[in-house]
Design a protein around this ligand. Structure first.
Ligand SMILES: Cc1cc2nc3c(=O)[nH]c(=O)nc-3n(C[C@H](O)[C@H](O)[C@H](O)COP(=O)(O)OP(=O)(O)OC[C@H]3O[C@@H](n4cnc5c(N)ncnc54)[C@H](O)[C@@H]3O)c2cc1C
Length: 283
């Protein structure tokens, strides 16, 4: 099996000091995998603006490479520019540019714009300073009118200046390879890195997946449902499923892997260990 070259881990900004301290220990452990970068999510509607920025700047100050998410389809342009300037001035070089899903009651929907416009704004405001990542949806974005329009908008987003894409998670490798083929046919040249969601909790996974349009194949869903009161059994089964998925992805020649860590280190590291990825001495 080819070696897994580039790994990144995604965090969400914790709400309190305890969560921040826990996350500091998590990233010290995840460093063992030699990640290319850590990314930090942004609550659309501006709900985590300060927490995301503070965590990003803290991770950057530790000497780690960090990619702040900007999921700001409803934020005012000045707020976007201020954040870009704060990151550029600190020396942050990556951005994950997203439209985001605006929580009801937050944001001004009249200002909503799409991720391709955000990418263009980033390029206009910050030139080539940032390596810009965008989102991709092998199983089709839930709001898309059709798979064809979704792909066409993705192509536009890349053409606006994206350097690479990270996918929504999926449990069906064929969906990823089909999407990559369609991208190649449409002339997309940037890497499309699969996003991988470890399976640790039945209720949370079902809730997330229903919300973001990621399909949990029926046989997996049924097995997880049956195991929901047996956390060790569920995690062992989940690890088998995700290891098998990743082995297929690696064998198919993926350019890297973005792991939705859910601010945990144990399962992501167990997954990488199963995949034969070298893990340095842990802290
Ligand atoms: C790797 C990754 C990280 C994420 N991180 C976050 C995060 O930190 N915070 C958060 O809130 N959400 C996050 N999300 C979720 C994401 O914000 C949502 O999926 C959101 O609904 C779409 O964002 P997008 O950037 O893909 O949107 P877009 O690329 O703008 O697409 C959104 C929808 O609009 C359609 N569309 C695109 N462009 C146009 C156009 N010009 N005209 C008409 N229709 C168009 C597309 O087909 C699609 O259906 C993440 C998703 C991924 C895959």
């Amino acid at each position: 099996m080819p070696a897994l070259k580039r790994i990144s881990f995604e965090f969400f900004p914790p709400r309190d000091e305890d969560g921040l301290a826990r996350l500091e220990r998590v990233r010290a452990r995840l460093d063992a995998a030699g990640p290319e970068f850590y990314s930090v999510t942004y609550g659309a509607g501006g709900s985590t603006r300060d927490r995301t920025r503070d965590l990003v700047l803290a991770i950057h100050a530790e000497g780690r490479t960090v990619a702040p998410h900007l999921s700001i389809g409803s934020d005012a342009p000045d707020a976007v520019n201020d954040l870009l300037d704060a990151y550029r001035d600190a020396g942050v070089r990556h951005i994950v540019a997203l439209r985001g899903d605006i929580p009801s009651g937050m944001g001004n929907r009249s200002e909503v714009y799409y991720a391709n416009e955000l990418v263009a704004r980033i390029r206009k405001h910050s030139g080539d300073h940032f390596h810009v990542h965008v989102a991709a949806y092998p199983e089709v974005h839930p709001d898309a009118r059709s798979p064809e329009t979704d792909l066409a908008y993705f192509v536009d987003k890349v053409a606006a200046g994206a350097d690479e894409a990270i996918t929504q998670y999926f449990y069906n490798a064929d969906a990823y390879f089909d999407f990559v083929n369609r991208c190649e046919q449409a002339g997309v040249k940037v890497p499309v890195v699969p996003g991988v969601m470890p399976i640790t909790n039945y209720a949370n996974l079902v809730r997330f997946s229903d919300g973001c349009g990621a399909e949990i194949p029926r046989w997996i869903r049924k097995r997880l449902e049956h195991l929901q009161d047996d956390p060790p059994g569920l995690q062992a089964f989940g690890l088998d499923v995700v290891t098998d998925l990743c082995e297929r992805l690696i064998a198919g020649g993926i350019p890297g892997m973005h792991i939705y860590s859910m601010n945990q280190s144990k399962v992501p590291l167990a997954l990488l260990d199963r995949l034969g990825h070298p893990l340095a001495e842990r802290n």
